[in-house]
Design a protein around this ligand. Sequence first.
Ligand code: G6P
Length: 606
Amino acid sequence: MCGIIGISSNKSVSASIISSLKKLEYRGYDSAGIATLFEGKIKEVKSEGRVDTLEQNFDLKNLKGNIGIGHVRWATHGVPNSVNAHPHSSDNVSIVHNGIIENSTILKKYLIKKGHVFKSQTDTEVIVHLITENLKTNELEEAITQTLKQLHGSFALGIVFKDIPDLIVGARRGSPLAVGYGPNENYLGSDSYALKSMTNKITYLEDGEFCIIKKDQVLFFNEDGTKINKKILELSSDDASYEKGDFKHFMAKEIEEQPNTVKTGIKEYVDKPNSEINIYNFPWKIDEINSITLIGCGTAYHSCLMAKYWFEELTQLDVSIDIASEFRYRKNRFKKDKLYIFVSQSGETADTYAALDLCKKNNMKTCAVVNVIESSIARDANFVLPIHCGPEIGVASTKAFLGQILILYILALKLGYLRNEINKEIYKEKIKDLQNLPGLIEKSLLVDNDIQAISSTFNEAKGSMFLGRGFSYPIALEGALKLKELSYVHAEGYPAGEMKHGPLALIEDGMPVVVLAPRDSYYKKTISNMQEVIARGAKVLLITNKSKDEIVSENIWETIEVENTNDDLLPFLLTIPLQKLAYYSALKKGYDIDKPRNLAKSVTVE
Ligand code: G6P
């Protein structure tokens, strides 16, 4: 993770660097720093904490220079403090880095022997000294090529040089990096979002490539140092989506946007008049796919689990799921007739990308379900299903989750129909129900008052549990994750039927337990499990759907009823109160909802 910005201009760059760094804070926010070149010197400022703190600590208006680099950090090597903050500099070179240098210990020993003095605990500092060393005997391009060859691990780099003061070098292996083009200035950014307010003309570096950025020229090179030409892409600009508007937090805005997320997804994939699902340009014949593996991290992994239930319900396909960081190192049996689906909001998560890369190297069929269509995962998969939910800024994923599960449901429905595993009548019926989903989500959002009152109990407790069976189990996991991420209270998601095999021992008087028990085929079983926790003193918040049938249970602490729809679609509605529960818990505690401690939105390190 971490965020990088670099600007080479004909005017002072510090103000633009600061405003880009503020945008990049979603990638990391434990320290920040800037280096500019001015009057033959590298000027470096850095501090622990947010960009606001950097602004308070230094007179950045007077940080002069027409060339500069900036960084926001999510610590990997070395605690978050001002010494370990980037940029890291020698007398001649200053660097910002995303990623991890795996052979930093060996390189450090070699460089210390050569007389280099290290100041920080970071792996990044070895790059500074290595380039400084290589520049002693090489011209710039050779020194860069040589340095990159000596580095093991992943990196996106922005580098400035005191003695070559008119340029910035950018280099990429494993961590994303983009170049932007402006009037009399050019840019380097860890993603296009950082550059969006300055340009919509972007080129993405591929692994192994590096670039030299001057105010009026950008040159690209491959890993051997040979010059290459690269395409300039034009991105659409939708600036309003990057603002909070009247909302207090991005998360609140993104939760409320969900009816629209689902409406847009349906519009993109469903032909309403003909009640038909359109997935254009699907590159494989239906009988070429006999099994599916879905891979993701965090919330995206929960989307994979949700999809497994739907694929198994609607198709006869063999479906497995995997956490990307596990998949990439396991001895996988790759199968030609398997479709590998990679689910990722950002499309940049390092583990998910590495899992995709592994499948590509084994010539597998790969499909990406992503939000950011310019991302590495989207660019490298054989086929992309965008979720079209607009920028998601809050670190805890909300609308992207609904967007992901929507597209995965639509895919499962279509494959089930094409494989003759669900009949036409059911297929059309389910498409019809889908059309009503945005309205139902809208109504299910009206639970603020109930949830606000309930949220204190979760904050005050030592811990809580979230239980569900079948379609509700992935949602229970996601609900627990949201509460953990935002309120820093222990929350455990569990299959309700599994409680008796251990976790029941945790239940004590007054412990809040969320039970997801919609009136689906699992309802009676889940209600029995709910009785088991009530009998042991749990304070149960039951979340179910509206029904004319009364709930046949006593001693339930609180009940929330979402709207009613077919069993497949209930998970969408059950998700809403859980997102709000996490939001209001964190709000009451006064925590930073959009930037929870220790986390980052885009995790580009493994
Ligand atoms: C981080 C975010 C999570 C997200 C996960 C996967 O941990 O904080 O909200 O679910 O990364 O991100 P992706 O972009 O691949 O969906």
